[in-house]
Design a protein around this ligand. Structure first.
Ligand code: PGA
Length: 256
């Protein structure tokens, strides 16, 4: 069954106290909002993860995700965090391939492919982000960019592993800019992604996989975006830092 997912990416925001408060509010508010085929994932900075796992304990509808992991299992990599460490505190997801990591930390498709495999080997589910820049869209290259990101980042995975990945289409020009892809623009790309997955793996697998939209998603535009056939939820940045907005976005599913 294809899951509907709303994931919050806090990025480098919220100190420990603020993070605990925000997460408590979200957990208290989403108890009855999340149905069986739906999932809420919160991705705070590393430092919050262990405490938030403890805090959510009784709420099985909310999962936690990290925002990054190293591509090797362990070793002399000062300042880095291993997938096994993230898993060991009870975290289920990890965001990989985010455009901010690609742009500011020079993460290449090849490195990301390694990170995906390391995450999966350690039983973490990747939320794998793909998306074009404004220049690439204006040049009409968005489909080829996305195809290449899929091929290089993910298509060496087995069927069994690919099934564990959540995809997120995040047009770079829409992230944190207030510019959202229109529901039609987003649907067009999501359908393209599903066709590519179908051709590489199978129509059944393509039908199962969740593809989230990300980029200035908010309580006002979420309903129209999530109503599209191939949009299975959202990866939410700015609006995930306000509990009310985040929960409003989650509630969108039940209005559709
Ligand atoms: P935004 O960020 O919602 O603030 O645009 C989304 C993301 O970067 O995941």
């Amino acid at each position: 069954m294809r899951k509907k997912i709303v994931a919050g990416n806090w990025k480098m925001n919220m100190d420990y106290t603020l993070g605990m408060a925000l997460f408590s509010e979200v957990v208290n508010m989403v108890h009855d909002e999340v149905r069986g085929d739906q999932e809420v994932v919160v991705c705070p900075p590393f430092i919050h993860l262990h405490s938030l796992v403890q805090l959510k304990k009784s709420n099985l509808k909310v999962s936690l995700g990290a925002q990054n992991c190293h591509h090797q299992d362990s070793g002399a990599f000062t300042g880095e965090v291993a997938a096994s460490m993230i898993k060991s505190v009870g975290v289920e997801y990890v965001i990989l391939g985010h455009s901010e990591r690609r742009q500011y930390f020079a993460e290449t498709d090849e490195l990301l492919s390694e990170k995906v495999k390391t995450a999966l080997r350690n039983d973490l589910k990747p939320i794998f982000c793909i998306g074009e820049t404004l220049e690439e869209r204006n040049d009409g290259n968005h489909f080829s960019v996305i195809k290449s990101q899929l091929e290089k980042g993910l298509f060496s995975l087995s069927d069994v592993d690919f099934q564990k990945v959540v995809l997120a289409y995040e047009p770079v020009w829409a992230i944190g800019t207030g510019l959202t892809a229109s529901p039609e623009q987003a649907q067009e790309v999501h359908a393209f992604i599903r066709r590519e997955v179908s051709a590489k793996y199978s129509p059944e697998l393509a039908d199962e996989i969740s593809i989230l939209y990300g980029g200035s998603c908010n309580p006002k535009n979420a309903a129209q975006l999530f109503a599209q056939n191939d949009i299975d939820g959202g990866l939410i940045g700015g609006a995930s830092l306000k509990s009310r907005d985040f929960v409003e976005i989650i509630k969108t599913f039940n209005r559709g």
